[in-house]
Ligand binder design. Structure first.
Ligand code: ADP
Length: 269
C-alpha cells in the first residue's frame, strides 16, 4: 500500500539500463498516522476542560455576576478542571520521558518488596477513605532486582490506584509478590507482582486495548474520577524498559488482576 517505485536511467559512464528503487513507506506512514491520532487526542483532552473553564468565566462575568453561591460552585468546578489539565500535562510529560528512555536498560538495583511496602504505605489513607483495605502477601523478604526505582514506583502506584478506584465495590485490594521459576516469555526466572481487585471487572473485549494511550472502558467515569487515560500506557512502557511483561485478566463482576513480571536478571539485547 505504501510502496513507492522510482525508475531512473543509469548514468552513461556506468552502462546501459535503469535503476529501479522500490521503497516501502507503509511503516513510516503508519507511524505518522499514529502520531497524528495522538496529537488529535491530546488536543481534544486539553480542550475539554478549557472549554468548560471558558464557559464558566463567561457566566461569572455575565448572568452569575452577583450570585455568590453560583460563584463558589463555579470556582470549585474550574479548580477541578484546572487540576485535571495539570494531571494530564504531568502524565504526558511522564509518558514522553518513559518512551524516550525505553531503549536504555535500567542500571540500578531495586529492593522490590521494600518499594512495594512504600507504595502501599503512601496509598494507605486514600484506600481507607474509599473504604478499601490493602492486603500484602510475600513482601516480607529480601530481594534486589535490576530496575529504575522511580519508574517502578510509578508502575505500582498507577496499578494500585486503579485497583482502588475501579475495584472499590470489592472493598479490598491484594498485592502479592512471588517468584516464577521459569517464565517462558522472559526466557528465565522472574518475579511476579499481582495487583488483584474484587470489583466490577472488565469486559474481555476491552483487555487487548487497555494499555493504549487514552483508551478507557468508560470515558465519562474515568474523567469524573480524575483519570487521564494514560496510566496504563505509562505502565506498559516502563515494564517494556525492564524487559518485563504485563498480564491482565479480568472477569466481569468478579474483579481484575494486573500482573507485572520482572526478570531476575537483565540479559543483553
Ligand atoms: P485512567 O486514567 O482512565 O484510569 P488508565 O490508563 O489507568 O487510565 O486505565 C485505562 C482504563 O482501564 C480505565 O479508564 C478503566 O476503564 C480501565 N481500568 C484500569 N484498571 C482497572 C481496574 N482495576 N478495574 C477495572 N477497570 C480498569
Amino acid at each position: 500500500i505504501g510502496a513507492e517505485v522510482t525508475v531512473s536511467p543509469l548514468p552513461a559512464n556506468i552502462g546501459k539500463g535503469a535503476l529501479i528503487a522500490v521503497m516501502d513507506n507503509s511503516v513510516a506512514e503508519e507511524a505518522e498516522q499514529t502520531r497524528r491520532d495522538f496529537v488529535a487526542n491530546v488536543s481534544h483532552e486539553l480542550r475539554t476542560p478549557l472549554t468548560a473553564m471558558i464557559g464558566f468565566i463567561e457566566t461569572l462575568r455575565g448572568p452569575a455576576r452577583n450570585d455568590a453561591a453560583a460563584r463558589d460552585r463555579f470556582l470549585d468546578i474550574m479548580e477541578r478542571e484546572a487540576n485535571r489539565m495539570n494531571r494530564l500535562v504531568h502524565d504526558l510529560l511522564s509518558l514522553s520521558r518513559v518512551q524516550a528512555e525505553e531503549r536504555r536498560r535500567p542500571s540500578a538495583k531495586v529492593d522490590l518488596p521494600g518499594l512495594l511496602r512504600g507504595v502501599l504505605a503512601t496509598l494507605h489513607h486514600s484506600a481507607e477513605d474509599s473504604g478499601v483495605t490493602l492486603e500484602a502477601e510475600g513482601l516480607d523478604r529480601e530481594l534486589h532486582l535490576p530496575g529504575d526505582p522511580d519508574q517502578l514506583v510509578q508502575v505500582f502506584q498507577n496499578l494500585i490506584e486503579n485497583a482502588i478506584k475501579y475495584g472499590v465495590s470489592g472493598k479490598r485490594v491484594r498485592v502479592t509478590l512471588k517468584r516464577i521459576r521459569h517464565e517462558p516469555l522472559l526466557r528465565g526466572p522472574g518475579w511476579a507482582v499481582e495487583i488483584r481487585d474484587f470489583g466490577e471487572g472488565i469486559d474481555e473485549m476491552h483487555l487487548p486495548r487497555l494499555t493504549e494511550r487514552f483508551y478507557r472502558v468508560d470515558t465519562h467515569r474515568s474523567r469524573a474520577q480524575g483519570g487521564t487515560g494514560l496510566g496504563l500506557a505509562i505502565v506498559k512502557h516502563i515494564v517494556n524498559r525492564h524487559r518485563g511483561r504485563l498480564r491482565i485478566t479480568s472477569t466481569k463482576g468478579e474483579g481484575s488482576s494486573f500482573t507485572v513480571i520482572l526478570p531476575e536478571t537483565l540479559q543483553r539485547g
